[in-house]
Each structure stands twice: as C-alpha cells, then as structure tokens.
Design a binder for this molecule. Structure first.
Ligand code: CO
Length: 238
C-alpha cells in the first residue's frame, strides 16, 4: 500500500483548524453565514493566485462576491460574468463593483507581446483590442512601463463594459445605488490603487473613460526620473 502522505491533506488540516478557530473566537459565525450573504461589494479580478480578493482587502466570508477570470475581462456576451453581475446587483444588492487588474499580469503581458499560449489567445484577444486602440499612446511610452499601462487601460475598458451591460443599464434606470470602480493591484507591494473611475450612472460614461485614459497617459509618460531642480512637466500635450 502506498504510504506517501496525501499532499492535499494539509489543506484539509488547515481548513479544520481555521473552522475551529473561527467558531472559538466568534461563536455562531458559520450559523449566521448559512442564513444569508449580504455582501456590499462585488470583485471582478484576475484568476492569478497572487491576487486573492478577501485577503488583500481584509474582507471576511460573506462580505465580497467574487468573479475571477484570466486578466479580469468582461466580455459583452460572457454569460458567466453577466450572470454573476446580475446576481450580485439584483439579488444581493451590492453597492460597489470593483474591476481589479494587477501589475505583472501574464495575460496582459501576452496580449502586449502577441504571444501564443493556446485557447487563451482568443480570450486575451480582447486585451489586444485594447492595446490596438491605444497603440500610439503605448508606443510613445518607455517600453518598461507599457505592460503596467496596458493593465490599467484594460481595467478602464472593462469598467466601461460592466457599465454598459444590460444589468447595469437596468439597475440605474430603476434608480439602484451601485457604483463601478477601476482598481489596480501591485503584486510587488501588495497595494491597491484607485484609477479614479467612479461610475454610478449619473454622468456621461464616455467623458469619464477619456479622463481615465488621459490620467494613465500622463502617469506612465513621465520620465522615470525628472531632472533635479526642474519642475515636473507633462510632456504629452494631447
Ligand atoms: Co493576471
């Protein structure tokens, strides 16, 4: 008989310890979870194992409804994402939806380079569309920052895609209070950045998208080190 320890046994052991610790520290925690989930937030993020929604925001079970896929893409006809968004908005009545990209995303990197991976090429094609839309801007940036800039541009694009979905259009026409945000996570420092898109259905979307793209352009077009003694200038006039 094979006596090799089951490599998954650790996971079950940790799980039993966690469950016991939660119940000891907060008696009734799980019984109240069973009754209902009332998260205020929906997280749409990358599947990357380094970007765990609950852990990096300090949210507990029951506090954030999560949808993740490769490179946090929201495609107009993706029934999986749309079903998750509809459930979050119409049933759970979340107040905030955050689309969260991350720097160092291999999906974004592959899109930038036009690398061939496999089936995912067709999925990542959506990010290549974003890359192509902003090709002139990306090419004007130092090569070392293009992937980070494309990560942020992809977030801005996916915020728009969530905002124009029938689910959101209907929610806002009913007067429901739900806001879409675009964030980026730094795997290198563990910090989240708000890209400044706050879409609540009350202001024209196109203008907010363009403003976000401009901010991304300014942010990444700055020279890495400004000359000492000179004021910081923005060298991209457009
Ligand atoms: Co990623």
């Amino acid at each position: 008989m094979d006596n090799t320890p089951d490599p998954l046994e650790d996971l079950f052991a940790h799980n039993r310890a966690w469950s016991a610790r939660m119940e000891r520290d907060r008696p009734g925690f799980f019984t109240s979870l069973v009754k209902q989930q009332t998260p205020k937030y929906m997280w749409i993020g990358c599947s990357d194992s380094r970007v765990p929604a609950n852990q990096i925001t300090g949210l507990e079970p029951g506090e954030v409804f999560v949808h993740r896929n490769v490179a946090n893409i929201v495609v107009h006809s993706d029934l999986n994402a749309l079903s998750a968004i509809q459930f979050a908005v119409e049933r759970l009545k979340v107040r905030h939806i955050m689309v969260v990209g991350h720097y160092g995303c291999s999906g974004v990197q592959a899109a930038l380079e036009g690398a061939r991976i496999g089936i995912a090429d067709n999925w990542i094609r959506h990010i290549q569309d974003v890359r192509d839309r902003h090709r002139v801007m990306l090419e004007s940036m130092p090569e070392t920052v293009r992937a980070d800039a494309l990560c942020e541009l992809n977030v801005a694009e996916q915020v728009v895609n969530v905002s124009v979905s029938t689910v959101m259009v209907d929610a806002w026409s009913r007067g429901q209070d739900v806001t879409i945000h675009g964030w980026a996570f730094g795997v290198n420092d563990g910090l989240l950045q708000d890209l400044g898109m706050t879409i609540d259905g009350s202001k024209p979307l196109e203008a907010q998208y363009r403003a976000a793209v401009q901010r991304i352009r300014y942010k990444w077009s700055k020279p890495p080190e400004s000359a000492p003694g000179l004021p910081e200038t923005i060298d991209q006039a457009d």
